[in-house]
Write a protein of this length. Structure first.
Length: 218
């Protein structure tokens, strides 16, 4: 079986569990028209990847049956429309309370993130703070790469933006991210490329002349 066929079979198994709930190996094999051994092999891979979990179901008669279902991580594989809901809510907020309320909302989000990560930055060199910021952004899906730049500074690149749909309509999102970087790093940060403005990535130039990191409550 080719890699494409294996991927397609696993996708069908995930879809079956999504639409029909917990299923046994025999039920899945019957629906797909393949052997139970083949189903088990695919399920082992999905379990290893953290997408499927199993539980033992005891029957009134006969041997207990293993039932397979999706984990919370697997839910992310299926289409979502969160960005449209967010845009709709922001639009209604702007209509009801004015555009300045939207700007304040993004500012509050920035302050919350600053409070969350500020302590982790304290006592670290600028290089260590840049590395930590990259870890934070990668954990949030931004696909970051960074490297030393000219005159001892750094080039920080984000190849994905999980909030791009929102940021394209509300520039406050980009402005607050830039402000967050400056305050967390305690350095001068300049955005030279932005995906919401047609760039292939978001690129930031970080000056090696560090300044005092913001402290205290927001």
């Amino acid at each position: 079986m080719s890699k494409e066929q294996e991927s397609s079979t696993r996708r069908m198994l995930l879809t079956m569990m999504k639409t029909n709930g917990p299923l046994s190996v025999s039920e899945m094999a019957k629906q797909l028209g393949i052997t139970e051994m083949a189903v088990r092999r695919h399920l082992n891979t999905l379990e290893r990847d953290g997408l499927v979990e199993t539980r033992l179901s005891r029957q009134a008669m006969g041997r207990p049956t293993h039932l397979y279902s999706l984990t919370e991580s697997a839910d992310d594989l299926f289409p979502k429309n969160y960005h449209q809901l967010t845009l709709d809510l922001l639009h209604e907020l702007g209509v009801e309370d004015g555009e300045e309320k939207i700007g304040r909302l993004f500012q509050l989000r920035k302050e919350k993130l600053l409070d969350k990560y500020r302590v982790q930055m304290e006592g670290k060199s600028l290089t260590e703070r840049v590395a930590l910021l990259a870890d934070i952004q990668n954990a949030n899906g931004y696909m970051v790469e960074w490297e030393s730049g000219e005159e001892g500074g750094f080039v920080f690149k984000e190849f994905n933006c999980p909030i791009s749909q929102v940021a394209r309509q509300y520039n406050e999102a980009c402005q607050c991210e830039l402000a967050l970087f400056k305050e967390l790093l305690g350095a001068s940060v300049e955005r030279t490329e932005c995906m919401t403005k047609g760039g292939r990535k978001c690129t930031y130039l970080i000056d090696n002349k560090a300044v005092k990191i913001a402290s205290g409550t927001s």
